[in-house]
Design a protein around this ligand. Structure first.
Ligand code: ADP
Ligand code: TYD
Length: 205
């Protein structure tokens, strides 16, 4: 059985972590050993990033883009927990965010082509079998973010999410010949989104 590398993408509040869990269950039922993971990671660089996102540390957007790249390389190459190792061990890996997040989030503040070029190494090391984009309107995303939350992070406002969503589509157009991209309407029930994602992933098994 071929193990897959799947990236979940979308603006904050789009339902990525919810769908990561649902997809992991379905893949496990189909007999895969599944490893779920996320970016920013829970490693040392991820910890710095979370402090920046919370507003505890200030940094220029170019610095933030560099840190996300460093975090991603550690995510791939870490000798103990790295995804290259997990793939070699036969796990099907689902990551909640990967390099398209960088293209969209940093592309709003700097030249997207630079971000894509800087991440080329990651694409060479491990390219997703499919990038699953959960498309929600920023209105839906903000409603979900504001439920059960007392504080919001760096990008969690309507204007930013609007711009980031557009940058995602710009990146998908730029990379349509190099990347496998599947877009689903995330403004629907969790089950409907999960079913559509599963229909797509089933074709890769
Ligand atoms: P993300 O990881 O993209 O930020 P989450 O999966 O954490 O998103 O979802 C954000 C919030 O929205 C959570 O409270 C979650 O329960 C809820 N949610 C997720 N998917 C849906 C959906 N399809 N319909 C309604 N609410 C949802
Ligand atoms: P995440 O924890 O996935 O937040 P959420 O569950 O709310 O979507 O991601 C944290 C933030 O990091 C999110 O606002 C997107 C941002 N981000 C970047 O700016 N660049 C990146 O390369 C990645 C992976 C995430």
């Amino acid at each position: 059985m071929k193990n897959l590398f799947i990236a979940l993408e979308g603006i904050d509040g789009s339902g990525k972590s919810t769908q990561t869990k649902l997809l992991a269950q379905k893949l496990a039922n189909a007999g895969h050993n599944v490893y779920t993971t996320f970016e920013p990671t829970d490693g040392m660089i991820g910890a710095v990033l979370r402090n920046i996102l919370k507003g505890n540390i200030k940094a220029d957007h170019r610095t933030i883009a560099g840190l996300f790249l460093a975090d991603r390389l550690d995510h791939l190459l870490n000798e103990e927990t790295g995804l290259v190792k997990k793939m070699k061990e036969g796990y099907t890996v689902i990551t909640d965010r990967y390099y398209f997040s960088s293209y969209a989030y940093h592309g709003t503040h700097m030249d997207m082509d630079w971000v894509i070029a800087a991440n080329k190494m990651c694409a060479q090391i491990l390219k997703p079998d499919v990038n699953l984009f959960i498309d929600v309107t920023p209105t839906t995303a903000m409603r979900r973010i504001n439920t059960n939350r007392t504080s919001t992070e760096l990008f969690e406002n309507r204007e930013s999410l609007e711009a980031i969503r557009e940058k995602y589509f710009e990146a998908f157009t730029k990379l349509k010949h190099e990347e496998s991209i599947f877009i689903t309407n995330g403004d629907r029930s969790e089950e409907m989104v999960a079913d559509e994602l599963w229909t797509k992933v089933s074709t890769l098994l």
